[in-house]
Design a protein around this ligand. Structure first.
Ligand SMILES: *[C@@H]1O[C@H](CO)[C@@H](O)[C@H](O)[C@H]1NC(C)=O
Ligand SMILES: *[C@@H]1O[C@H](CO)[C@@H](O)[C@H](O)[C@H]1NC(C)=O
Ligand SMILES: *[C@@H]1O[C@H](CO)[C@@H](O)[C@H](O)[C@H]1NC(C)=O
Ligand SMILES: *[C@@H]1O[C@H](CO)[C@@H](O)[C@H](O)[C@H]1NC(C)=O
Ligand SMILES: *[C@@H]1O[C@H](CO)[C@@H](O)[C@H](O)[C@H]1NC(C)=O
Length: 421
């Protein structure tokens, strides 16, 4: 019998990129894979890009004849719709045109995409009996956990890395993100807070090229730059020197555009204005930002102005849960690893306690945003190597269980041939 680890199909739900947030809306960082070779640029890996004919709306049934192929389907890269090259309606300009065309950018549609893709892919590979484990970081980690809960017949388990699935409604205090953020004011303030929030997330012990090319321990580097300015340097000049580490580490940036979002992930703003309403406040004195209390009414007003939509702040917990999560998942959930690094402000909305034997929290005090899913390097600290090993061990256990049970869950029901989904 082949080792189970070699027999499973991996699905990278995606370390989903997300864009820079202004003060009121912190965003997820994400890989903007760089094509140049070097420290984990995309050119370091061999991969193939594949596309698949995907349905635009999994939850409605256009009448026969009303179904215009170009409107009802799109060529989807094996990744999340509306991001990267997976654009419905033929182009980003059309997909992002207005609330009508963006209506299909939801977590539910994305999960259904993965379910359809996996089912079809397994059929094509004659691998219907192979178990699938989901991997995702950040928003992708939320999707991985939610997909395990919603589609247990499709995936036997999930590694949800730095997934703030509790950052909704009042499950965790709305101040938690900024309280955990680094301990300066209009456009300049937004731009700086974006740099500082990101730095807190990506404070990796090794050089990275994840959001921006950055040195190892970038926060130390920022502080070193601030402190090393000559006597008499103004505060603003010091901040500028510090932030240079983030926005201009390579020394090739000609000038800074305060409205420029180098992470370019407009889709998250839409998602935040529809279902992903994560209340964020700053508490007095605890964070470096002026106090601010999340105000749903003005949040909703901004969304109506930007997109003409009203958010549904209670929908995510209605659809995926989150309240009393320990009680719910200890009885009704299984095979999920929640990884969190405590340097990462998003850990405040993460699952930090073990829930059951197979719903496990792995917490790394020195870890940053989904550091476990970063490519392994020879310079990785021992704790990181050890924690990746324990994740693998847990996942191997799930696979052994699956094969031990005869793999009965995933036997094909019908004969091959039909490929409609
Ligand atoms: C884009 O949106 C505008 C109004 O929001 C609408 O009039 C126009 O038809 C839309 N364009 C496409 C290509 O859908
Ligand atoms: C499965 O095979 C069919 C026929 O070759 C193809 O059209 C489809 O895109 C494949 N599915 C996936 C997920 O690649
Ligand atoms: C980026 O760094 C280089 C080298 O230190 C410097 O010449 C350039 O002025 C910096 N860019 C900005 C916008 O400060
Ligand atoms: C959470 O559980 C407590 C009791 O254990 C209950 O009073 C409360 O209503 C629950 N909250 C939600 C949102 O279900
Ligand atoms: C959860 O349990 C695992 C062992 O199954 C352990 O390695 C881990 O440290 C525990 N997590 C927490 C946060 O206590």
């Amino acid at each position: 019998m082949m080792h189970p680890l070699r027999r499973f199909l991996l699905l990278l739900v995606g370390l989903l990129p997300a864009a820079a947030w202004s003060l009121a809306l912190p965003r997820f960082p994400g890989p903007q894979p760089r094509s140049r070779p070097g420290v984990n640029g995309v050119a370091d890996y061999e991969y193939e890009t594949r596309y698949f004919r995907q349905r635009l709306d999994h939850f409605s049934f256009p009448g026969v004849g009303d179904e215009d192929e170009a409107a009802a389907f799109f060529q989807q890269r094996y990744l999340h719709r509306y991001y990267g090259e997976s654009m419905p309606f033929g182009s980003k300009a059309e997909a992002y045109n207005d609330s009508k065309s963006l209506a299909y950018l939801t977590a539910e549609q994305a999960l259904a995409d993965f379910a359809v893709l996996l089912t079809d892919l397994k059929r094509n590979l004659s691998a219907e009996g192979s178990p699938v484990v989901l991997f995702g970081g950040s928003y992708g980690g939320m999707l991985a956990a939610w997909m395990r809960l919603k589609y247990p017949h499709i995936a036997i388990g999930a590694l949800a890395s730095s997934a703030p699935i509790l950052q909704f409604e009042d499950i965790v205090p709305s101040t938690i993100f900024y309280d955990l953020d680094l301990k300066t004011s209009g456009d300049l303030s937004d731009w700086l807070s974006s740099a500082y929030s990101y730095l807190a997330m990506v404070d990796y012990p090794i050089p990275s090229e994840f959001l921006m090319p950055l040195p190892a321990n970038p926060i130390k580097e920022v502080c070193r730059n601030i402190d090393s300015q000559p006597e008499g340097t103004s505060t603003l000049e010091r901040i500028y020197a510090g932030v240079n580490v983030y926005y201009n580490y390579t020394g090739t940036v000609g000038c800074f555009d305060l409205n420029d979002d180098p992470h370019g992930m407009g889709g998250w703003d839409w998602q935040a204005c529809t279902e992903m309403v994560m209340p964020m406040s700053y508490s007095e004195g605890r964070s470096m930002y002026p106090p601010y209390k999340f105000d749903y009414a003005s949040y909703a007003e901004d969304c109506i102005k930007s997109y003409g939509v009203r958010p549904r702040p209670r929908w995510i917990t209605t659809e995926f849960g989150g309240h009393n999560i320990t009680k719910v998942l200890e009885r009704f959930g299984s095979n999920i690893i929640f990884f969190n690094g405590l340097l990462d402000p998003w850990s405040g909305g993460g699952v930090l306690k073990n829930i059951s034997e197979s719903v496990i929290a792995i917490v790394a005090p020195l870890g940053a945003h989904h550091i476990d899913l970063r490519p392994a390097t020879p310079d990785d600290p021992d704790w990181l190597v050890a924690l990746r090993e324990s994740e693998l061990k847990i996942i191997s256990g799930w696979l052994s269980d699956y094969y031990g049970a005869g793999g009965a869950l995933f036997q094909p029901v019908a004969a091959k041939g039909s490929s409609s989904s």
